[in-house]
Design a protein around this ligand. Structure first.
Ligand code: DUT
Ligand code: MG
Length: 157
């Protein structure tokens, strides 16, 4: 696995650093700096008490935790959140409680999200009159259907 150094400023020094729960995990867990409760349907910008300097050419993606999603319906509004390498402000997590009836409470230090680091490419956009042809063409938004044996697969069999 590639490894990068990420300078981290602890705006709230008593909180733990982000950690990988297991050696091969893709995401390092982020914690909340605050106690809060999300009412059903409520969203909130949650501070993490830290700022980072992600290396140029990389991005930090703020992903939901599946356990919170499965148990409480808690997700991230803008999933995955994009943390630009030039961003020096406090990392925040835009949580939402999608449960229609149950509130959910968090305590300072609880792990609320996970950050995945990825390399990014810079696109240079080149205006053209025609795009190269493909089998998909302009089909999208469900064009290949739901069934596991659609005609769509016929040519590959
Ligand atoms: O989940 C997130 C998403 C973003 N950010 C911070 C870092 C990121 O670099 C900055 C801007 O995010 P984004 O580009 O997604 O927001 P925008 O609405 O496009 O704002 P801007 O105009 O500042 O780019 O906000 C977070 O702390 N958490
Ligand atoms: Mg932006």
């Amino acid at each position: 696995m590639k490894s990068i150094q990420v300078p981290l400023q602890q705006l709230d020094p008593e909180l733990p650093l982000p950690r990988y729960a297991h050696d091969d995990d893709a995401g390092a867990d982020l914690v909340t700096a605050e106690d809060f409760t999300l009412a059903p349907g409520e969203r909130r910008m949650v501070p993490t008490g830290m700022a980072v300097a992600i290396p140029t050419g990389w991005v930090g993606l703020v992903h939901p935790r599946s356990g919170l999603a499965a148990r409480h319906g808690v997700s991230i509004v803008n999933a995955p959140g994009t943390v630009d390498s030039g961003y020096r402000g406090e990392l925040k997590v835009l949580l939402i409680n999608t449960d229609p009836t149950q509130p959910v409470s968090f305590t300072r230090g609880d792990r609320i999200a996970q950050m995945v680091f990825q390399e990014v490419a810079r696109a240079h956009f080149v205006p053209v009159d025609r795009l190269p042809e493909t089998s998909r063409g302009a089909g999208g938004f469900g064009s290949s259907g739901l069934s596991s044996t659609p005609d769509h697969y016929a040519q590959q069999r």
